[in-house]
Design a protein around this ligand. Structure first.
Ligand SMILES: Nc1ncnc2c1ncn2[C@@H]1O[C@H](COP(=O)(O)OP(=O)(O)OP(=O)(O)O)[C@@H](O)[C@H]1O
Ligand SMILES: [Mg+2]
Length: 268
């Protein structure tokens, strides 16, 4: 039995439990919740890293900001219509721009005054959120998953209002086991129940390189696929469709589009 088939079986058995969690009604944000919002561990981002990695912390690239704002708005509409709050950002192969999309989408979401966001680096094998943001990190998500840190030790406030980041400094050993662990379940539940209500963006590895996304998928409300124009392999994408049929596909983001705007960022 292949990795994918084994994982599909795992998904089927976990789906019922996950659905119970999703069925819970979410409360609307209110002033008291916002006043009581948690303070997270303060950290800094490196401006040179932000610029080098094309992270859109300001509006200096208006075409790109506009493209991400459209993805944000469509995503928020779908989340609200279904009372969903968590999204796994993935793609079919390495290097399609999944992490860049997850980061810029999280920042675009946090720009909305009513939206509080967690950005979680769930690519445990090749984490890149901390590097792309140039984040100063002491303890990280892997420390929490291994049991050497508490949840609140690994949630960082990078200085962007309404955005919190759960980063990883370096590759973890045995990522599949960590992704399926009881501590991971506790983390997902913690983030899901946080107030004010958050949108949770999980930056994931590629769908077809391991069973990591399949293992984690039952814990999220939906999956956002990143496709890179000109580089995403058609056969891999077709194979990914089979795997995706077991998940809730919320949308597809076209990255490096040559036909939309002048920046190479596109969207669906
Ligand atoms: N639209 C874009 N325009 C310019 N550069 C881009 C764009 N999208 C991604 N890149 C660059 O491509 C590289 C890979 O991007 P990123 O790390 O987001 O991909 P990934 O899909 O997360 O890769 P991995 O599979 O290794 O996690 C980075 O250097 C990033 O800055
Ligand atoms: Mg990545």
């Amino acid at each position: 039995m292949s990795i994918i088939e084994r994982s599909l079986e795992k998904i089927a058995s976990r789906r019922a439990a996950a659905n119970q969690g999703l069925a819970r009604p979410s409360k609307r944000n209110n002033a008291a919740e916002i006043a009581a919002a948690r303070q997270y561990r303060r950290t800094t981002m490196n401006p040179a890293a932000l610029e080098y990695n094309k992270i859109l912390v300001d509006k200096s690239d208006p075409y790109a900001v506009a493209a991400y704002n459209i993805v944000r708005t469509r995503l928020l509409q779908r989340l609200a219509a279904n009372k969903w709050s968590s999204v796994a950002v993935t793609g079919s192969q390495p290097g399609e721009g999944k992490s860049l999309t997850a980061i810029n989408l999280a920042i675009a979401l946090a720009r909305d005054e009513n939206t509080w966001v967690y950005l979680v680096d769930m690519d445990l094998k090749r984490p890149s959120v901390a590097t792309q943001l140039g984040l100063e990190v002491e303890q990280d998500l892997s420390d929490y998953l291994r049991g050497t840190a508490q949840i609140e030790d690994v949630i960082y406030d990078p200085g962007i209002p309404r955005l919190a980041v759960l980063p990883n400094r370096c590759a973890a050993e045995h990522p599949s086991e960590l992704l399926g662990s009881a501590r991971m379940d506790a983390l997902v539940e913690h983030l899901r129940s946080e107030r004010p209500k958050r949108v949770i963006i999980y930056d994931m590895p590629p769908l077809m390189s391991s069973d990591d996304v399949l293992t984690f998928a039952p814990r999220v409300d939906g999956v956002l696929m990143v496709v890179s124009e000109g580089t995403t392999d058609r056969k891999l994408l077709q194979a990914a469709r089979h795997v995706l049929s077991e998940m809730n596909l919320i949308g597809v983001v076209l990255n490096r589009s040559s036909s939309r705007g002048e920046t190479g960022y596109g969207y669906y």
